[in-house]
Design a protein around this ligand. Structure first.
Ligand code: KDG
Length: 327
């Protein structure tokens, strides 16, 4: 059963593919055993990227499976409400929409942990038959992440098939490492991530993920250069409060991050990738797109939920940039 299709409508510029999860974010920091109330948010890396890129001005669509359940309906409504095309969303009557809980500030102050309830989920049953090739071929770019490669064999196969379709049509393929050690080990992940990098033009990684998979002593610039040597023509390495390091095959540079009071950094990498892709698709140069994406990601950390705090291009223009957050 498909989400809301209009087969003749022009497709979105950016298509992302992955799993949407419902995130339960505790009302207060601390160990979950003592928490009694939670906020319900929609999350999931590639869904977050579709929303952030939309906020940066690109038209976007998300491909994934949702359960035929209340949480699937919730996810669909959030994505649609954010202006993300859901015409290729598939509803799975046999498997539930995944959920997870965040835990802020415990046991590590300032850090957020995730507890997944996702095995056997609808999202993990994503399969190559769910792909509509013309939808991907009509887009300008496809984005996916290491999470989709980790959740199941069929999701992995689907992601690689989508990347193959996009590349064969001359479309930009963008990939975020998004290592999740609760889903697979760094050792298991490495060859699969390298295959994805070889199929991608843009690569995103946090410095922590890069160090966990490839080189524990790497600097951000060395990580960006090394990722680019694995295939992509542009690699961006995010460094939390220190912004992001980038390498485009010729130049290496660093984009700063504005200082903000972090409430929850979950989803910051997705805000950065989506903000960058949206800005790039709207015609911004790499440097400008990355500078703005760093502001979007930082602002996103000031609120609960993965994308709620991420500003739109207009908000960035009218409020944040004039207030000289960037310079
Ligand atoms: O990047 C944020 C995501 O990690 C979060 O929303 C949940 O997609 C998710 C995952 O699998 O960890």
């Amino acid at each position: 059963v498909s989400g809301s299709g209009n087969a003749s409508a022009p497709g979105p510029e950016l298509v992302t593919l992955g799993e949407l999860l419902v995130q339960f974010a505790p009302g207060r920091p601390g160990a979950l055993r003592y928490v009694s109330s939670f906020e319900k948010h929609a999350a999931g890396a590639e869904a977050n990227v579709a929303i952030a890129a939309r906020r940066a001005g690109a038209s976007t669509g998300w491909i994934g499976r949702l359960g035929s359940d209340e949480f699937g309906q919730f996810g669909l409504r959030i994505l649609r409400g954010e202006g993300v095309d859901c015409s290729r969303v598939v509803f799975d009557p046999d498997h539930p929409t995944a959920v997870y809980f965040t835990q802020r500030g415990y046991p590590l102050p300032g850090k957020t942990a995730a507890f997944y309830y996702r095995s056997g989920s609808a999202g993990a049953h994503l399969s190559p038959e769910d792909l509509d090739a013309p939808y991907i071929q009509r887009a300008r770019a496809l984005h996916f992440s290491g999470i989709t490669l980790a959740i199941s064999e069929s999701a992995r196969e689907t992601a690689f098939e989508a990347a193959r379709i996009a590349r064969a049509a001359g479309r930009l393929v963008s990939f975020d490492i998004n290592l999740r050690l609760k889903l697979w080990s760094a050792k298991e992940a490495r060859p699969v991530l390298e295959r994805a990098l070889a199929a991608s033009e843009f690569a995103f990684s946090s410095i922590g993920d890069y160090r966990a998979v490839w080189d524990p002593d790497s600097t951000p610039e060395a990580a960006a250069r090394a990722l680019a040597s694995l295939g992509p023509r542009l690699a961006i390495v995010t460094c939390d409060a220190d912004g992001a390091a980038a390498f485009d095959g010729e130049r290496a540079w660093v984009a700063p991050a504005p200082h903000v009071k972090v409430v929850d950094s979950t989803g910051a990498g997705d805000a950065l990738a989506g903000g960058f892709l949206g800005g790039h698709l709207r015609g911004a140069g790499f440097e400008e797109a990355l500078e703005r994406a760093c502001v979007m990601a930082a602002q996103g950390c000031t609120q609960l939920g993965d994308f709620e705090g991420v500003p739109t291009a207009e908000e960035l223009e009218s409020v944040i940039v004039p207030r000289a957050v960037l310079r």
